[in-house]
Write a protein that binds this ligand. Structure first.
Ligand SMILES: [Zn+2]
Ligand SMILES: [Zn+2]
Length: 455
């Protein structure tokens, strides 16, 4: 049995076997993605790929920009290959990933089509994946920008009834990424894709910590896939700034690999830690209060800088059992819930309901985790030092591609950033830096001490 990492080094195609790959962690890892076509001129292969997966009449889904960039050419190629199609192009300037957008697609769907071809990344792909699930038809993605890592995940990031949620969706059978198109994507989207890759430094670090503290499942092979993805991208960061196709290919493949890793692991751990929760918090606040926001990956890149800074603080701490127990004893859950509601609005309401079911703040759970922290602190520091680069290094990578490195550069204050850190433990049931600090009784103290000279 060759390792999954060795297979991936030969090309991502080896990871896509329908029967899955047996792994040293004891599980067999699978993804529903069957094919990747990432190269210059990949668009030309669209008709063959459609035929290979049994598409006889194709529903092309795009927005105005992605139709101009690739959709019209896809339609031409299908015509020339004798394939029939319908076209649905959103009229809006900025399509939102909402229930309303999906309803429009479902209402406009041509029922004689047996496959959706989503032409676009991010929002269009999410709407396409979800619409395919709703309609029970096959789905293929034609990527137009290497902007985030949701290409092949089995959920779509949506706003339903004004609340940000992940919704079960169809995984594309194939992703077609034409490097001629991807390398010409808007600069901000290239920066965003790169930021979403840097986030894997902190995701893997937190996954290992969580495995140690909570016993959560962990696979070293999957973690190594993500480390490889980050290494490849940062080694080519100068090329990315120049839009070299080779560097763009690394980013695109790494984003796809993140999606594969999430399918392999069965959860988002390999690709998302507390750095993502900064981004989620800013998205939720935007929905409720129209505060500033930016692309997911831009926010995750900034979140990675912030998270490395948080772990730099954590490295200076020693657990103090008495202090931790006293802090948790004095912790007032009803007033905390009140803060979550007021800070995040409708989304916060949902998180409070979720917490009540999960009972995340139970004293019993805290005591167990605290014992692990106290008894294994050196090992936790070891994980942090093995997984995280210097914060100056993360900043430098982002600066090379021209991406922002601080929340204030996208209009978010450090005061708000401290609050985002406080609520980041409530967003999902995942152990992260914010939980660890709460467990130690140091969350308020550390949040207050962070970013003081930058405020
Ligand atoms: Zn494994
Ligand atoms: Zn992400």
């Amino acid at each position: 049995m060759s390792s999954i990492v060795e297979i991936a080094k030969q090309g991502l195609g080896g990871l896509l076997r329908a029967e899955g790959l047996p792994c040293s962690c004891g599980r067999t890892h699978r993804t529903d993605l069957r094919e990747l076509v990432i190269k210059s001129g990949a668009l030309q292969e669209t008709p063959e790929v459609v035929k290979r997966y049994g598409g006889s009449r194709v529903f092309i889904l795009a927005d105005k920009n992605t139709y101009a960039v690739a959709g019209a050419e896809v339609a031409n190629l299908l015509s020339r290959a004798g394939l029939e199609y319908s076209v649905f192009v959103f009229g809006d300037d900025y399509v939102q990933p909402t229930d309303h957008s999906v309803e429009k697609v479902l209402a406009g769907f041509d029922a004689s089509c047996d496959m959706i071809l989503g032409v676009g990344s991010g929002t269009i792909n999410d709407i396409g994946k979800l619409s395919s699930k709703e309609l029970g038809v096959k789905y293929i993605n034609v990527a137009t920008a290497p902007s985030m890592d949701g290409f092949v995940s089995n959920t779509s990031s949506m706003v339903m009834k004004g609340v940000k949620v992940s919704v079960d969706s169809t995984v594309p059978l194939a992703v077609i990424g034409d490097l001629d198109i991807l390398a010409a994507a808007p600069e901000r989207l290239l920066q965003a894709g790169f930021g979403d890759i840097l986030a894997k430094y902190t995701s893997i670090c937190e996954w290992r910590i969580s495995h140690l503290v909570t016993g959560e499942y962990y696979c070293e092979e999957i973690a190594e896939l993500m480390r490889m993805a980050v290494r490849n991208c940062v080694a080519n960061v100068e090329g990315l700034a120049r839009r070299d196709k080779e560097a763009v290919r690394y980013v695109m493949e790494s984003l796809i690999l993140s999606g594969i890793a999430m399918s392999f692991a069965g959860f988002t751990r390999p690709a998302s830690g507390v750095e993502h929760y900064f981004s989620h918090t800013w998205d939720m606040r935007y929905l409720e209060f129209h505060t500033p926001k930016d692309f997911h990956g831009i926010q995750c890149g900034i979140g990675t800088v912030l998270t490395v800074e948080i772990y730099d603080k954590i490295k200076q701490l020693r657990p103090d059992r008495e202090k931790a127990l006293a802090y948790v004893d004095a912790f007032d859950l009803p007033s905390w819930h009140q803060f979550v509601r007021s800070y995040l609005g409708k989304s916060g309401e949902g998180l409070v309901e979720q917490e009540k079911k999960e009972n995340k703040y139970s004293r019993e759970g805290h005591q167990k985790r605290l014992e692990v922290l106290v008894n294994n602190w050196d090992q936790i520091l070891q994980i942090v030092s093995e997984e995280l680069p210097e914060v100056s290094e993360v900043r430098r990578y982002l600066e090379i591609v021209g991406a922002p490195t601080a929340p204030t550069q996208i209009g978010i204050s450090y005061e708000d950033t401290r609050k985002a850190l406080m609520v980041s433990k409530d967003i999902r049931n995942k152990y992260n830096a914010s939980w660890l600090l709460w467990d130690l009784g140091l969350l308020d103290e550390v949040a207050q001490s962070l970013w003081q000279n930058q405020a």
